[in-house]
Design a protein around this ligand. Structure first.
Ligand code: UD1
Length: 343
């Protein structure tokens, strides 16, 4: 069975393509390579012995998108990752974010409708909860006003999908990710941020390898045990596997309603200092960091209640923090080694 993975050369997308292929699915990727590299399909082939098909174009291009669906009307499911995702950049360029993230979604849904395709999985985020009133946060928690245009595109996208699902023959699952980190154990694929990383773990590994001078820990006066902010970090492989489960659930007709929402987290929160300690333990490196002021827009603490996902999907995140940090470090080292060879 053929699955379309938009954004399939990106960080979460590429790991999901590997898991899909290893579960026997055929994969076709659409990506505009705005934040990734076409060579990723070779790395995926090195892991799975199968090279996924890659079509390079922008899903904001309506004609190209509709034309793609006309040529591929045998797709069993669509997993839609393709989107811009930098919070800070979205504040500076809101129109780009709304245009890119919302128009591409509408074009994909339109292409599916035109060809009678039914199964749609969407890449959402725990950012839709803001700072929840109750922890752990479950899928029924009220959504707070988005802190950024990026976060707002996730909320709007969920609304668009919900309305489209009600009005057409579509079946949809939105997966709300907590904080994905780590890399494939082969160290052939992993997170590859363009420029200076915004996210914690790539910043840690780039500092340890000497590309960044020092990590800033954003605030140690939060109302948490060690004063630093708490997140639910989840191994990208655990996250990728949940997408395979979601697609199979749709194909096998196991959904309880036409639009379902699931949290993808471990249920356990770690502070920034705990993440650093885990990194230092598994790498044997001493990390150069200082405590600085809080980052604007950051929330204090959030972690998932994954019990509904665990029960309904029969899926559970199994990899612990040390394993996540170990794999992120292995990937960073392998990537820089390869990069050196190229120069
Ligand atoms: C961020 C986004 C979130 C998005 C997710 C995608 C914000 C406010 N939120 O989540 O909407 O879905 O990325 O990956 O940007 N930290 C440091 N120093 C650093 C970097 C981070 O101390 O150099 C801290 C942060 O303050 C936070 C934790 O590390 O407490 C995790 O940060 P990050 O990896 O950026 O993820 P989020 O902010 O949770």
């Amino acid at each position: 069975m053929k699955i379309l993975v938009t954004g399939g050369t990106g960080y979460i997308g590429s790991h999901t393509v590997v898991e899909l292929q290893e579960s026997g699915f055929e994969v076709v990727i659409i990506d505009n390579l705005s934040n990734s590299n076409a060579e990723i399909v070779n790395s995926i082939e090195a892991i799975t012995a199968t090279k996924p098909q890659l079509e390079i174009f922008d899903l904001v291009d309506r004609e190209k998108t509709l034309n793609f669906f006309k040529r591929h009307n045998d797709i069993a499911g669509v997993i839609h990752f393709a989107a811009l995702k930098a919070v800070g950049e979205s504040v500076e360029k809101p129109l780009e974010y709304y245009r890119n993230n919302i128009e591409s979604l509408i074009n994909v849904l339109d292409g599916m409708r035109a060809n009678g395709l039914e199964n749609f999985v969407f890449s959402s985020s725990c950012t839709v909860y803001g700072q929840p009133d109750v922890l752990p946060v479950s899928e029924s928690a009220p959504l707070k006003k988005a802190e950024s245009p990026y976060g707002n595109t996730k909320q709007i996208s969920e609304d668009v999908i919900c309305d489209a699902t009600n009005a057409t023959g579509l079946r949809s699952i939105a997966l709300r990710y907590f904080n994905p980190i780590g890399a494939h154990e082969s160290a052939l694929i992993g997170e590859l941020p363009l420029g200076v990383p915004n996210n914690l773990v790539p910043f840690i590994t780039q500092t340890a390898i000497g590309i960044r001078e020092q990590l800033s820990v954003y605030g140690d006066n939060y109302n948490t045990p060690d004063g630093t902010a708490i997140r639910d970090y989840i191994h990208v492989i655990d996250l990728a596997k949940a997408h395979v489960v979601a697609v199979e659930r749709m194909i096998k007709g196991k959904m309880k309603k036409e639009f379902e929402i699931f949290n993808l987290g471990t249920g356990k929160g770690y502070s920034v200092l705990e993440v650093i300690k885990s990194f230092e333990k598994v790498s044997g490196e001493k990390l150069n960091y200082i405590i600085t002021g809080r980052r604007e827009g950051d929330i204090e603490q959030v972690w998932a209640d994954p019990s509904y996902s665990n029960a309904e999907l029969g899926w559970k995140a199994v990899k612990g923090l040390d394993e996540m940090m170990q794999s992120a470090w292995k990937w960073e080292q392998a990537y820089r080694e390869k990069d050196k060879d190229k120069r």
